[in-house]
Design a protein around this ligand. Structure first.
Ligand SMILES: NC(=O)C1=CN([C@@H]2O[C@H](COP(=O)(O)OP(=O)(O)OC[C@H]3O[C@@H](n4cnc5c(N)ncnc54)[C@H](O)[C@@H]3O)[C@@H](O)[C@H]2O)C=CC1
Ligand SMILES: CC(C)(CO)C(=O)C(=O)O
Length: 299
């Protein structure tokens, strides 16, 4: 049986970024199929790094003290069903909402950790990822820090590997803040086929983005979630900082891959509807992106 301190599930962009920060720890990479991972590679400006890791399939017999789920949001349920009983503490790194709840339902609140990542990484080939924008990892648990030891071990290891990380008391407001920003940038740039800067430079796109954000703020507030910063201000900051990038949703559509819209605008709209709030803008953006996926035969 494989036993490791860290298992990174998913050797995509975020999985490789995490493997880089944790390169000196006891790490295994868990992959989807039996394709051989000879090494993973990360490009950071002029610098390039590559390393071999122990890797095996999720069906194998293993036990991990910390399992880091680095798949897309729509793969989390399946991953969780496959690692139940094989992992002690489980971390999620997905954009969007409703993910940490899946962990809590399966591993309990004390062993579930959520995060919000503002690094920007994109693929540069098989098992290769490129850092496009520096950011940070904000990590925490639901409501409060239940396991300070696990949080500090993880944060110490990431820092040692050169990553920026902040541990917070309750991760939920951070997850909502990031999701509200994504709810404005991602679908609008996807539908326009534009870079992120379109939501600030195109005045029509900007007013749609601000309407979307206002709705998300209303839903969060009705749920009693106090956002850690002003999402409107953050929209301008993030769209400026990542202005030349294409959002992950637009990249997914360009690559004919499923988007995470269900976990962003879809989730916000659903919560808003349950509270009888007007969430028409989020609902419309959700339906437009789902319609686009269908037109492109993406399932
Ligand atoms: N790329 C970025 O800059 C950022 C991404 N995120 C979030 O991180 C998450 C991951 O994004 P990326 O790394 O870009 O996606 P990706 O598509 O590059 O990587 C996902 C990986 O998970 C693997 N996977 C799927 N199911 C699996 C299974 N059952 N077992 C093992 N591996 C499995 C896939 O084969 C793929 O290699 C997404 O939710 C995204 O929104 C968050 C912040 C920034
Ligand atoms: C912050 C932003 C919008 C950067 O592109 C992002 O998280 C994404 O594309 O998913």
């Amino acid at each position: 049986m494989h036993e490791h301190e860290y298992c990174i599930i998913g050797a995509g962009n975020i999985g490789i970024l995490l493997s880089y920060f944790l390169r000196n720890e006891d790490v295994a990479i868990i992959k989807k199929n039996n394709s051989e991972i000879t090494y993973v590679r990360l490009l950071n400006g002029e610098k390039s790094w590559e390393q071999r890791f122990v890797s095996f399939e999720i069906e194998n017999n293993f036990f991990c003290r910390k399992a880091l789920i680095a798949t897309k949001a729509y793969n989390v349920e399946e991953v969780v069903s496959k690692i139940k009983g094989k992992a002690e503490n489980v971390f999620s790194f997905q954009n969007g909402l409703g993910i940490i709840e899946i962990l809590v339902n399966n591993f309990g609140v004390k062993n579930s950790f959520g995060s919000s990542i503002t690094y920007g990484v994109s693929s540069c080939g098989k098992y290769c990822t490129e850092i496009k924008g520096l950011g940070e990892i904000i990590v925490g648990q639901l409501g409060k820090k239940y396991d300070e030891n696990v949080l500090s071990e993880f944060s110490y290891a990431i820092k040692k590997g050169g990553g920026n990380i902040e541990v917070v008391d309750d991760i939920m407001p951070y997850l909502w803040l990031k999701a509200i920003i994504n709810s404005a940038i991602n679908p609008i740039t996807t539908l326009l086929g534009s870079k992120n800067k379109a939501v600030i430079e195109n005045d029509f796109a900007q007013s749609l983005a601000l309407k979307t954000i206002k709705e998300g703020e209303k839903v969060a507030s009705a749920l009693g979630i106090k956002l850690p910063s002003d999402p409107e201000k953050m929209l301008f900051e993030i769209a400026t900082k990542t202005g030349e990038n294409y959002s992950s949703m637009l990249q997914d559509i360009k690559n004919k891959k499923r988007t995470e819209i269900d976990y962003i605008n879809g989730y916000i709209a659903l919560q808003g509807e349950k509270l009888s709030l007007n969430v028409e803008t989020n609902k419309t953006l959700y339906l437009m992106v789902k319609a686009l996926e269908k037109e492109l035969f993406i399932t």
